[in-house]
Design a protein around this ligand. Structure first.
Ligand SMILES: [Fe+2]
Length: 329
């Protein structure tokens, strides 16, 4: 079914049988590969027996305490939760980001809803069903930006780190799950598995929807390393413009602060769609048009089993057209 959206794509979004490149990747513990269909991953929580050739799969729903710099206190755990990590499903190195991801729920534990905290000083909270998957629109993320940030967005590209999930493994996320705290913990590039400059991904911030023509703000904030800004096009209004003559920003904190400022408004509680899972729900989502996050905390005996599938695309996403840049820059 996934191939219907991209007939020539075959391998899993992170590469077949080498999830996240190495065991040091932060993705490694979350995904169990189905042997006869390696593009499909078994994800969830608790122990699943005799499933599709896997005699026993110990699954662990990602918990924010393993990733965030600060945590919800132990006594509030299970009542309160956080967005684990806002992301696009993508290797962000070598392979092109999948167009569509499918999630199919086999076993869904029933339980009380939880209160999701942002813990960023805003007081924002969101009531969410247990173990929801949260989605926000990348088109809305772009649409609600003020003029000067729209201009910056259509002129900018982000450069991702090589093997970003290994690079970021020692680092901690922000309390909103929308990027990494800058503490200098990322692995030095020379300690990463072998990498090649040509395989590093440099993507436009905005990806053009091939059907609607809309621009979607599609940045995986955790993996970003540098920001490359084109100068304003000839004749554009320079009043209030950011980096009117272009820039290549390499200071990690500065780059992250800019991306965060642009993305945070779109994860406001009223803009989040938290899916309330039932068993046998099949969700297909436009991975090049939305960001999503794992949410929730399960007790060890709550069993949840999902199939997840996405395929590395046959080509990279396309950025804003010249007309888009002329319109927004
Ligand atoms: Fe995902």
């Amino acid at each position: 079914m996934r191939q219907a959206f991209d007939p020539t794509s075959e391998s899993y979004g992170h590469g077949n049988n080498k999830t996240g490149e190495t065991k040091r990747s932060i993705l490694h513990p979350d995904l169990k590969t189905i042997p006869r269909q390696p593009q499909v991953q078994l994800i969830g929580n608790g122990i699943v027996y005799d499933h599709e050739g896997l005699a026993e799969a110990k699954l662990k729903h990602p918990h924010h305490r393993t990733f965030h710099k600060t945590v919800v206190p132990q006594e509030d755990d299970l009542a309160y939760t956080r967005f684990y990590r806002w992301h696009i499903d993508a290797a962000l190195y070598d392979l092109a980001p999948p167009k569509v991801t499918t999630l199919y729920s086999l076993t869904v534990p029933r339980g009380e809803s939880q209160t999701l905290r942002y813990d960023d000083g805003t007081g924002d909270e969101l009531k969410v069903p247990l173990g929801t998957t949260a989605f926000v629109s990348g088109a809305t993320m772009f649409d609600i930006l003020p003029k000067e940030l729209k201009s910056l967005a259509v002129r900018s590209k982000v450069k991702y780190a090589p093997h970003p999930y290994v690079w970021m493994a020692p680092a901690h996320a922000m309390s909103t799950g929308l990027g990494i705290e800058t503490e200098g913990l990322e692995l030095p590039l020379e300690e990463l598995p072998p990498w090649e400059e040509e395989k590093i991904k440099v993507f436009p911030i905005c990806w053009k929807n091939p059907v609607t023509g809309n621009l979607h703000f599609q940045v995986h904030p955790c993996g970003v390393q540098e920001l490359i800004v084109d100068p304003l096009p000839a004749g554009a209004d320079r009043e209030g413009a950011l980096y009117p003559d272009g820039a290549h920003l390499k200071d990690l904190k500065e780059v992250r602060d800019i991306i965060y400022k642009m993305q945070r408004p779109a994860i406001a509680p009223e803009l989040v769609y938290p899916h309330d899972w039932d068993e046998k729900d099949l969700v297909l989502f436009h991975n090049r048009g939305v960001l999503h996050s794992v949410v929730g905390a399960f007790a060890p005996d709550q069993v949840r089993a999902f199939h997840q599938c996405n395929l590395a695309a046959s080509s990279d996403p396309v950025g804003p057209s010249e007309e888009d840049v002329a319109k927004y820059a």
